[in-house]
Design a protein around this ligand. Structure first.
Ligand SMILES: Nc1ncnc2c1ncn2[C@@H]1O[C@H](COP(=O)(O)OP(=O)(O)OP(=O)(O)O)[C@@H](O)[C@H]1O
Ligand SMILES: [Mg+2]
Length: 452
């Protein structure tokens, strides 16, 4: 049983409104008084139709409905109330004098929640009304709670859907990123493999390249030797001109002496030993050239002065033919470690270059001077001429391979390049050129070999 307090609490202090429908004015008055005493607000109606209108308008909390009424009876009124949306949830209690079960069932079927039998007792009336008002309130709250819950569920569902969408987008992005990374990793892997393969072949390639370079160098050396050989032939012809002349004169004199019957044993001996001497000299020249062209790969200690003198022997005659004066100032005991023939080849290149430029520029009083000395454990070799020097425009290029200012029949441009390869690459020295007041000054600096 619900107390008045509970009811008040449930209805939020609001007085519940009850519509009483009865065509019997006495009955109506009794019920109303009773309900007013119970602190309810009471509305009344005397027939079914006005009851429906009033209920639709006032929305009471509960309806007490008589069954037997003129016009539409209680059952029909109840049915119509239940059919109207505004009133269908209002609990209807039948008031009936009829105690038969059949009527009660009919009433409940029409949509009533309960019935009260007339004449009713106050307590029962109060109790039943209170229960149904309580039920109605609970139902209302349940409905509200349900709606609230539904709204929340909807809200949460929307939030979830949103979160789900975001998650989906993130998942898509993540997938893209992952596939990009996988791709990058694959590329990296391929690159790594290539790198490894490259590393494996690198050593071979370096060796191949080195070999190629060695072959190229060897080829260039050969080429410059051939060029020098051409030069030598012209030198030999200069060297032989004089002895050949002498031989010619001696042979002519033999004829004259014979015609004049001056030939005797002593004369013939003199003639033959004179000829032999000249032939010896010529053969000596050939030997000198042959030694120079011998391909000696050995490195040994040698005297700079001796090597230079030997080279001078080779060019002496051609220098004389060109009217060139050679000044030598060679310090003795200057020793170098290396290949003496290669060093001579460098000297020869410098001499030939100087001679060529002196002849080409038709220098009056052409001179070449060679000076060597020992300085701070280093051998200095200087070759100077008075031909005017290397033009500034080409001074940075004259040591480059195949750089030449000469006609191709006179030079291939390898002389200074080979000289640099020999001095700097093989003998750990340096070769440079500067112009002095008279002409070009080629300076070689070489590490001195310790005396034995
Ligand atoms: N003493 C010098 N004075 C002025 N110029 C020089 C002198 N020596 C060399 N040169 C210049 O340097 C160039 C290169 O000399 P390099 O000896 O390398 O080649 P080349 O003499 O021209 O030919 P190759 O020596 O192969 O027969 C020469 O062509 C010349 O122009
Ligand atoms: Mg040259």
């Amino acid at each position: 049983m619900i107390s008045e307090g509970q009811q008040a609490a449930l209805s939020g202090e609001r007085r519940s409104v009850i519509l009483v429908v009865d065509d019997d004015a006495n009955n109506l008055a009794v019920v109303r008084d009773c309900l007013v005493a119970f602190k309810y607000t009471v509305l009344v109606a005397e027939d079914g139709e006005s009851a429906i209108k009033r209920a639709d308008y006032a929305r009471p909390d509960l309806i007490l409905l008589d069954i037997m009424m003129p016009g539409i009876d209680g059952y029909e009124t109840c049915r119509r109330l239940k059919a109207l949306q505004s009133t269908q949830n209002i609990p209807v209690l039948f008031m009936t004098a009829l105690a038969e079960t059949g009527n009660k069932v009919k009433g409940l079927e029409a949509g009533a929640v309960d019935y009260i039998t007339k004449p009713f007792q106050r307590e029962e009336l109060q109790a039943r009304i209170a229960v149904h008002l309580y039920n109605r309130e609970l139902t209302k709250r349940l409905q509200e709670a349900k709606e609230l819950l539904e709204a929340r569920v909807e809200e949460r569902t929307a939030e979830l859907a949103q979160a789900n969408n975001e998650l989906h987008e993130k998942a898509v992005l993540l997938e893209e990123e992952i596939s990009e990374r996988v791709l990058a990793e694959q590329e990296l892997h391929v690159k790594q493999l290539q790198l490894e393969a490259l590393n494996r072949t690198l050593e071979t390639r370096v060796q191949e390249e080195l070999q190629r370079n060695r072959e190229k160098d060897a080829m260039m050396i050969q080429q410059s030797r051939l060029a020098a050989m051409g030069e030598m032939i012209s030198n030999i012809s200069h060297q032989w001109r004089q002895p050949l002349n002498e031989l010619g004169i001696m042979v002519q004199m033999l004829r004259v002496d014979y015609d004049e019957s001056l030939l005797d044993d002593a004369k013939i001996d003199e003639f033959s030993s004179g000829c032999m001497e000249i032939i010896q000299h010529m053969s000596q020249t050939i030997n000198t050239f042959r030694t120079f062209f011998k391909r000696e790969q050995t490195s040994a200690r040698f005297e700079v002065a001796a090597a230079i003198t030997k080279t001078v022997d080779l060019v002496q005659a051609s220098f004389q033919a060109a009217g060139i004066t050679l000044h030598l100032e060679l310090e003795s005991d200057c020793l170098i470690q290396g290949n003496a023939n290669e060093f001579s080849q460098v000297m020869l290149n410098l001499f030939n270059n100087a001679r060529d430029v002196l002849v080409e520029r038709k220098v009056a009083n052409p001179e070449i001077s060679v000076t060597t000395w020992l300085e701070n454990g280093q051998i200095m070799v200087v070759v100077e001429d008075n031909a005017g020097g290397v033009p500034d425009a080409i001074s940075g290029k004259i040591f480059d391979p195949y750089f030449t200012t000469k006609h191709k029949s006179q030079g291939v441009g390898l002389g200074l390049y080979m000289s640099k390869v020999i001095i700097e690459g093989k003998m750990a020295g340096e070769i440079d050129v500067v112009n002095n007041s008279g002409g070009a000054r080629f300076q070689l600096v070489l590490p001195a070999a310790p005396a034995a």
